[in-house]
Design a protein around this ligand. Structure first.
Ligand SMILES: Nc1ncnc2c1ncn2[C@@H]1O[C@H](COP(=O)(O)OP(=O)(O)OP(=O)(O)O)[C@@H](O)[C@H]1O
Ligand SMILES: [Mg+2]
Length: 245
């Protein structure tokens, strides 16, 4: 790193991971993500996007390489300790408790965060200001929310940890176009509030519209890392569907 360059919010080197008994799914990913940016991770189905974020979150053990959050190594830490180190994660599925209310989901999210700097009432107020709809109906069951509203609740729960970095795995999966737009607007608000966002998305158009940088993941490898304006649909079609190397 050059002298004077900001410490990346999220950094990894030669990251490799896989499921027990199987080969590597994440195959040597190196990247630095600047603070308060959105990095969109796109790629074909089964290319390892969810496995990649699970590795960052600590749900999949790092086999080789390192992960740092704001310059501190987290790759040996448990998932819970990574949250305490500033790395929050919203999984692709089952990311809220549907049988609990909005209020109860938010309360549960803070239960294990004692001791983390910046967690508390002020942070809660800041998070709720990002998602005013949630504050208006605290007693609504999460299961009775729309898909888009449920994603907002999942974001809010993760943000209560006052993270430096938020990992989002396909937050628009299954949402109607209207909610896709609202969810992307929420991601932008999260970034504007000072959080660095790594966003896995299958909706390439929506993700590239809000991203500062885009990484194309193919077969567990970083095949392209660029500004969204530099991506052509022909390049993407080649990377997604053809010219496998
Ligand atoms: N729990 C698991 N155990 C073993 N292999 C798994 C497991 N989950 C995923 N895989 C394998 O890892 C590879 C990558 O899957 P992953 O879910 O990470 O891809 P993805 O890019 O997120 O796909 P999608 O776009 O469908 O969400 C696939 O070959 C898949 O079969
Ligand atoms: Mg996935």
């Amino acid at each position: 790193m050059t002298i004077g360059a900001p410490i990346p919010a999220l950094s990894m080197k030669d990251l490799r991971a896989g499921y027990p008994g199987g080969g590597d799914i994440v195959r040597g990913i190196t990247l630095d993500q600047a603070p308060e940016t959105i990095l969109a991770v796109i790629g074909p189905n089964g290319s390892g996007k969810s496995s990649f974020v699970k590795t960052l979150a600590g749900l999949l053990r790092t086999r080789e390489g390192t992960i740092e959050v704001t310059g501190k190594k987290v790759s040996d830490l448990s998932p819970a300790k990574r949250v305490m180190s500033g790395l929050a994660y919203v999984p692709q599925e089952a990311n809220v408790f549907r049988s609990l209310t909005i209020r109860e989901n938010l309360k549960l999210a803070t239960e294990f965060l004692r001791g983390r700097t910046g967690v508390g009432l002020a942070q809660e107020a800041q998070v709720m200001a990002l998602f005013p709809e949630l504050g208006q109906r605290p007693k609504t069951l999460a299961g009775n929310l729309s898909g888009g509203q449920r994603q907002m609740l999942a974001f809010a729960c993760a943000l209560l940890a006052n993270p430096e970095v938020l990992l989002l795995d396909e937050p628009t999966a299954g949402l109607s176009p209207k909610f896709v737009g609202e969810t992307m607007e929420a991601v932008v608000r999260v970034r504007e509030s000072g959080v660095t966002v790594l966003l896995v998305e299958q909706n390439v158009a929506a993700a590239t519209r809000i991203a500062d940088e885009v990484m194309v993941l193919v077969a567990g490898m970083k095949r392209l890392m660029t500004r969204p304006s530099a991506i052509s649909s022909a390049d993407l079609a080649d990377l997604f569907f053809g010219k496998a190397q």
